[in-house]
Design a binder for this molecule. Structure first.
Ligand code: KIV
Length: 263
């Protein structure tokens, strides 16, 4: 069994080797994913691939706590991040109450909140209250409705300057790590260089301090759409459908169960 990462060991990877982060939503997959990853993220993306919704916005604290507990049970040796869902950190007081729920009701190691300089006061309030925070800047999935879609960031000098400001503000506020999503590669690389904490990218190129992917995307299980940044390491949907078709055929033909499956 590999040693569980800590905030210190995560931070020490910067400039040494890339961090491997992957989402997990349940104990079964968490137990499979833990072996080759440094960090498991219980992302609110579970609202899409697990709960079948069109975006992440209707995920709730209760849902996040339920799934975080499941992941922690399945991967007892993994560093686990619990995403704070939309609406759970609108003020610093609300954020603290909800983050305390995460720490008291689950064994998660930290929470993640979306936002940059505009959320630095919340990051500061949480970290000074003993809650470890991973930031999330760039394309923010929780802003999909207000922005009218998923918009890649860092396309203009103004956006680049804002991203640098965002990363530096949440680092100063105490975030120990930052996820950067949907950002032009050269800009994400500059952001990673501008802060001391690890910057883990998703759709942000290879010049950052690590990568995160949604497990159901990279295993080819989520079929609704595939973002450009996803590499499918398995054709999971086809494999599962094939297996179920075989099972169905064998049940219908009475080929299953055989003697060895029978008491
Ligand atoms: O919810 C999630 O899975 C995330 C990743 C996209 C980083 O926040």
């Amino acid at each position: 069994m590999t040693k569980k990462m800590t905030i210190t060991s995560i931070q020490k990877t910067k400039g040494v080797r890339p961090l491997v982060m992957i989402t997990a939503y349940d104990a079964l997959f968490a137990s499979l994913l833990q072996e080759s990853s440094d960090i498991l993220l219980v992302g609110d993306s579970l609202n899409m691939s697990f709960a079948g919704r069109a975006d992440t916005l209707s995920a709730t604290m209760d849902q996040m706590i339920y799934h975080t507990n499941a992941v922690c049970m399945g991967a007892k040796n993994s560093f686990v991040i619990c995403d704070m869902p939309f609406g759970s950190y609108t003020t610093k007081e609300t954020a603290l109450l909800n983050a305390i729920r995460v720490f008291q009701e689950t064994p998660a190691d930290c929470v993640k909140i979306e936002g940059g300089a505009d959320k630095a006061h919340i990051v500061e309030y949480l970290t000074s209250s003993g809650i470890a925070v991973c930031g999330h800047i760039g394309l923010l999935p929780q802003s999909v409705r207000s922005e009218g879609g998923y918009k890649v960031k860092g396309k203009t000098p103004e956006e680049e300057a804002q991203l640098l400001k965002d990363a530096q503000a949440i680092e100063k506020a105490g975030a120990f790590c930052i996820v950067i999503e949907g950002v032009k590669a050269e800009v994400a690389t500059e952001v990673a260089k501008a802060v001391k904490v690890p910057v883990v990218g998703i759709g942000a190129g290879s010049g950052v301090d690590g990568q995160v992917l949604v497990f159901s995307d990279m295993l080819g299980l989520f079929e609704a759409f595939t973002p450009k940044f996803v590499k499918k390491y398995l054709d999971g949907a086809a494999l599962v459908k094939d297996a179920i078709k075989n099972y169905s055929d064998e049940v219908k033909s009475r080929e299953f169960p055989q003697e060895i499956h029978t008491y």
